[in-house]
Design a protein around this ligand. Structure first.
Ligand SMILES: *[C@@H]1O[C@H](CO)[C@@H](O)[C@H](O)[C@H]1NC(C)=O
Ligand SMILES: *[C@@H]1O[C@H](CO)[C@@H](O)[C@H](O)[C@H]1NC(C)=O
Ligand SMILES: *[C@@H]1O[C@H](CO)[C@@H](O)[C@H](O)[C@H]1NC(C)=O
Ligand SMILES: *[C@@H]1O[C@H](CO)[C@@H](O)[C@H](O)[C@H]1NC(C)=O
Length: 752
């Protein structure tokens, strides 16, 4: 059971503002400067971008803390109105007519499709008598779960195929969990990319009247940000749900209403959801999130309570001797404040193993004895001097694996219980690890390694032999990784902090400023950008002779909580500064030049891009902002946005309002500066970062910069969401569109 310190890999992001005393913030600089816009903007360009007219409601102005803040496009917050639909249709039409002009669009699509068409699979996981593996043959819309009794996977059966659930491939497996003995498979499906899911249960063996491979009648709805945590008696599972959304705010998936008042429930197999047992709710704190877990021996129910962000309370309740849920679940509070992150890895009798950053910003492992709470936390594996503990787990009865990051590269150490002593570091290549699969009572540990040049290689560590062997390698045809190499460099940011960055390019690259480059960043929520393969990045390296740069800016977790804290709340500007420093580095070192540099990021990384184009437009030729958080004064009002106040601050507090306004992309669009080509991408069913952020920013950019030489456009995907579960075809289409936009805007040449 992996520690779940962060419920939300809820990704998000933002930008910068001028002082606005006495002026309407979003009109800052608008229009008065059309005549002296930056050089290169010729009259011929003025008519070039025929932006669809968008109504500006000039009376939509609020006075916030003594300032007038205009929100002329607030009407775009209504996803269902005819006006919003017309806006989206017109924007999509314009963007399609532009990207449709790309001469190599067909070739690009074929090459991207080819690059994506490789067989890939997850680490195998053992449940009961079977090994289960998730595979994609290459272009399947959704990956399929296969199983076999042997690891050879010679006689594999399809166990679960989400492609059967929808003709368009828009149904996705959003969560899944096997019961203790592996006879029941709990799963959650989501549609059209929404975070909403419905939970069901499939029999993995013949069970009662249910045959292996069939579903039980159980159905649990209005579930979000939840897993299914089985009790060890296999009678049911814990899950988190929200009140059913009101239909006034859009249908499920396009709804924008706040997700508050989370409730932790227990569902009993064979009973209707209406009879589920309410375990936890907190009407006094409607913004709390609950995540549940049951220890591998079934003895403890562990609940983390968070407000988003990487800190949480930790509550633990005993289950009955037979593993069933007591009639009254009585929580004992292990940690009852929001001071640090705490996740229970597993337990032995009354002893809990906990991964925490309390007093250890690079994380450590402690024990806590439920029978002697007065002893508190006892260090088992103290914080490492330099490396950050990223994941931990207990397998093979008494082995503890610890996955560390050393300068953004993975290291895997094996320790032994009860002492916590280190046995050895496993020999692994340079790259990042993910996909850990193991069982407490099984001698195997599977994991995957990946890098910018190679997708996952799966390894199997066998404790009984103490050997690591390669279990499966992935090959991408059409990509000869030998022609490329990855380097890690350090970039000096504005305040002198050294920011690591991975640069991947052809081995024989000439550093003469002529190469196109793609700079990617995120910088938030303690999420680390580890070396990883992406077919779209490989496509860019291969077909545009591109340079791929990934900057590990502050706000991420690459160096632990201090790195995260250095780029959040009042320090958020640091992550933008780091990113912009990375862009300057790429140009000053000759990897590229501003006119050939594209920046990209999604969610919080979309904010990063949105902020950067306002703050330093001269550094980039093109900006691709995906599913970004762009309105920093209203993000907390929609769906799960309120939990991001832990990361960004709360716009309803004056102090936070001031610094949010300073970088909010929507409120810092400047009429007096030339912008790079900008493409905002979002999707109609993104109920994580609602698409209205991108709509409003697109309208504002097009209004304030209607004379901009480079295009400022918006693309809204249909029946897709924040990213998870996106069918392959939509993924490729989205990337073709982004590359066509980039290649056209920067006049990139196509390398066959
Ligand atoms: C314009 O904004 C004002 C103030 O919020 C609002 O009362 C009015 O209904 C809006 N008009 C339109 C046409 O949306
Ligand atoms: C997905 O979107 C399509 C088109 O909007 C809609 O017909 C369908 O009902 C949606 N599916 C779900 C489960 O929301
Ligand atoms: C790499 O990407 C794959 C697919 O997006 C993902 O499943 C995996 O967790 C990623 N690995 C790391 C180390 O981020
Ligand atoms: C685009 O690039 C081609 C060759 O790479 C060059 O011949 C052409 O002049 C460029 N066009 C513009 C508008 O810069």
């Amino acid at each position: 059971m992996p520690p779940r310190l962060l419920l939300l890999t809820v990704c998000l992001s933002l930008s910068n503002v001028l002082s606005a005393n006495g002026r309407t913030v979003s009109d800052r600089g608008s229009f008065q400067s059309v005549s002296h816009s930056a050089k290169g903007v010729s009259a011929a360009h003025k008519a070039q971008w025929d932006y669809p007219p968008a109504y500006r409601n000039t009376s939509s102005v609020e006075v916030l803390y003594g300032r007038e803040v205009a929100d002329p496009y607030r009407w775009l917050e209504n996803p269902d109105s005819e006006e919003t639909k017309e806006f989206i249709t017109a924007q999509n039409k314009l963007t399609a007519s532009y990207t449709g002009q790309y001469k190599y669009r067909k070739e690009a699509k074929a090459a991207l499709t080819n690059m994506h068409n490789y067989k890939r699979q997850s680490s195998p996981a053992r449940h009961g008598e079977y090994y289960y593996i998730t595979r994609n043959s290459g272009l399947q819309a959704q990956s399929v779960i296969y199983r076999d009794r042997s690891l050879s996977f010679e006689k594999q059966d399809v166990f679960f195929d989400p492609n059967q659930l929808s003709r368009e491939g828009t149904a996705a497996l959003a969560t899944s969990s096997f019961s203790t003995t592996g006879r029941l498979f709990g799963y959650g499906t989501s549609y059209n990319g929404s975070d909403w899911m419905t939970l069901r249960v499939r029999c993995a063996v013949n069970f009662l009247q249910c045959r292996s491979g069939e579903d039980l009648a159980d159905e649990v709805r209005w579930v979000k940000f939840s897993r299914m945590s089985w009790t060890s008696d296999e009678r049911g599972f814990f899950y988190t749900r929200y009140p059913e959304p009101s239909t006034e705010q859009g249908g499920p998936g396009t709804d924008t209403g706040g997700n508050t008042n989370a409730m932790l429930y227990y569902h009993r197999i064979g009973t209707p959801q209406s009879e589920d047992q309410l375990i936890l709710q907190d009407p006094e704190h409607p913004n709390y999130l609950f995540a549940s877990d049951v220890t591998s021996d079934g003895r403890w129910l562990v609940v983390t309570v968070s407000r988003g962000g990487a800190i949480n309370k930790l509550w633990v309740a005993p289950m009955n001797q037979d593993g069933s849920v007591p009639e009254r679940v009585e929580f004992r509070s292990i940690v009852d404040d929001f001071s640090a992150a705490h996740g229970v890895i597993d337990s032995d009798d009354s002893l809990l193993y906990i991964m925490t950053n309390a007093g250890a910003p690079r994380y450590k492992i402690v024990t806590y004895d439920m029978n002697s709470p007065e002893a508190g936390f006892v260090d088992l594996v103290p914080q490492h001097a330099t490396n950050v503990l990223k994941d931990a787990g207990i397998f093979a009865d008494n082995r503890l694996y610890l996955h560390y990051l050393q300068d953004v590269k993975s290291i895997l150490n094996i320790h032994v219980l009860p002492t916590g002593q280190k046995l050895r570091q496993l020999p692994t290549p340079v790259g990042s690890m993910s996909g850990f699969r193991y069982k407490r009572r099984n001698h195997e540990l599977f994991f995957q390694m990946s890098s910018y040049l190679a997708p996952a290689i799966t390894y199997r560590y066998d404790v009984s032999q103490d050997t690591v062997s390669e279990f499966h390698t992935t090959v991408v045809s059409g990509f000869n990784s030998n022609e490329f190499e990855t380097k890690q460099v350090l970039v000096r940011s504005n305040d002198g902090t050294q920011i690591p960055m991975f640069i991947t390019a052809r081995k024989d690259i000439k550093l003469d400023g002529s190469n196109p480059a793609l700079l990617y960043g995120y910088g938030g929520f303690s999420i680390s950008l580890l070396p990883n393969f992406s077919s779209s990045w490989a496509f860019f390296l291969r077909h545009y002779n591109g340079v791929l740069a990934v900057a590990n800016i502050r706000g991420g977790g690459e160096y632990g909580e201090l790195w995260h804290g250095g780029g959040m709340l009042t320090q958020k500007q640091n992550s933008f500064d780091d990113f912009q420093s990375a862009a300057k580095y790429l140009s000053s070192q000759g990897y590229t030049r501003p006119a050939r540099l594209t920046i990209n990021g999604g969610s919080n990384g979309g904010l990063l891009v949105g902020a950067s184009i306002n703050q330093a437009p001269e550094l980039f030729g093109c900006a691709l902002a995906d599913v970004g958080v762009m309105d920093m004064l209203r993000f907390h009002k929609f769906t799960i946005g309120h939990v991001w106040t832990a990361e960004y601050g709360n716009p309803d507090n004056e102090e936070d309002f001031e610094y949010l306004l300073d970088y909010s992309p929507l409120h810092n669009v400047r009429a007096d500066r030339a912008y790079p080509a900008v493409l905002l991408t979002t999707n109609d069913h993104d109920d994580r970062v609602v698409p209205l952020h991108s709509y409003k920013l697109a309208a504002q950019l097009q209004y304030a910069r209607r004379d901009n030489a480079s295009p400022l456009m918006l693309r809204v995907g249909v029946n897709a969401g924040h990213g998870a579960g996106k069918p392959t075809e939509k993924l490729i289409e989205e990337w073709v569109n982004k590359f066509a936009f980039m290649a056209l805007s920067l006049n990139l040449s196509w390398a066959l």
